[in-house]
Unconditional design. Structure first.
Length: 116
């Protein structure tokens, strides 16, 4: 039996990365009140909500693992966003802005996914 990760197309990998970047961005924007103080949401907090480990959240954020649809809905609920946001992440031309390099340079390619 072949490993599915090795059989993923470049388009699927890009979608995983875009969703991961979105998760990280939403998590960084969300603050929770803990002991009377505003605290940023950690990977562990999100993991507890989803019933997974923080390492799994790391893998989602890095685009290593594919986010199952049932966890997508749980994340949307946690971040208070509409589930149809996923459509925008995988089809919008603005996805290019999500996949910026570490230096902050945006991808010059206007295509959402690389041509195969």
């Amino acid at each position: 039996m072949q490993n599915l990760k090795n059989n993923m197309s470049n388009k699927d990998k890009l979608i995983n990365q875009n969703i991961g970047k979105w998760i990280r961005t939403e998590r960084k924007k969300l603050y929770r009140v803990i002991d009377g103080q505003q605290r940023p949401t950690t990977q562990s907090m999100v993991a507890n909500k989803l019933g997974v480990t923080f390492q799994q959240i790391q893998k989602y954020e890095k685009g290593i693992n594919t986010l199952p649809i049932f966890r997508w809905f749980a994340l949307c609920d946690y971040f208070s966003v509409e589930p149809n946001t996923v459509k925008e992440l995988v089809t919008s031309k603005e996805v290019v802005n999500i996949t910026e390099t570490k230096q902050g340079d945006s991808n010059d390619n206007n295509d959402v996914c690389p041509k195969e």
